[in-house]
Design a protein around this ligand. Sequence first.
Ligand SMILES: Nc1ncnc2c1ncn2[C@@H]1O[C@H](COP(=O)(O)OP(=O)(O)O)[C@@H](O)[C@H]1O
Ligand SMILES: [Mg+2]
Length: 261
Amino acid sequence: MNLSMVKVICVTNQKGGVGKTTTAVNLAYYLAKDKFSTLLVDFDPQGNATSGLGFDKNDKEKLGATMTEVVLGTAEMEDAVRPTKYKNFDLAPATPELANAEVEITGMQRKFVRLRDAVRKVADGYDYVIIDLPPSLSLLTVNGMIASDYLLLPVQTEFYALEGVAQLLESMRLVMKQANPKLQLIGVLATMYDKRTSLSAQVYEEIKKYFKNLVFKTTIPRNVRVAEAPSHGVPVGAYDKFSKGAKAYKDFAKELEERTK
Ligand SMILES: Nc1ncnc2c1ncn2[C@@H]1O[C@H](COP(=O)(O)OP(=O)(O)O)[C@@H](O)[C@H]1O
Ligand SMILES: [Mg+2]
């Protein structure tokens, strides 16, 4: 039984390739490993969280109900949710058709709160719901922000790391003003940190100057095991739990647990 209040966290950055999906999958994995009942919602038409957990995003038949049908209102959220091979870890998958669904719901009622309504239907059974969002400030992203208590911002420790971040924070502010006042920035996670270059350290300092103690102490190193794991359909913790990447995501999950206590 779950006596605590569920915490809904969306992983957002409108830049692609910054580690959103990697963070969503591995955070969910370690939260579940720490005995928190966790649901990962794939809300990106790229379906990378879905395939990264070993589900075939292109086999609609086999997948059954996905977030595409849920947002269109042709399937219930309960039917889209299924267990992964890991204890306490469920997934609501996405397929490329979610992109068409986004266009379709533009003309529908309650287009901004479709994800929130869906998540609420299943939230009671979970400690954490993690939502992986697309690399855009789209209707899907706004749905994600409205459905969430917390926004988690992964930032790649590269040139232009903070490019577009002001715009994202402005979107967040608008969502808070118009629809979801309780939304909170849970923190900024530095990803793909390369300790062999001074650039990563410089960018990390820059991020800290901007976000101060909102920046997580844990940084995620650039690590080949992290990049390999999705092609095997598993989180890095299940692929090589002794890798630097796995250890970092484990530490990060702990830090996030502390912040959401
Ligand atoms: N810490 C890391 N070390 C090495 N490769 C990484 C790391 N994090 C992510 N990647 C790789 O970088 C690419 C982009 O990551 P992804 O999580 O898909 O970003 P996003 O969801 O923001 O587009 C993927 O190929 C992923 O495997
Ligand atoms: Mg992604």
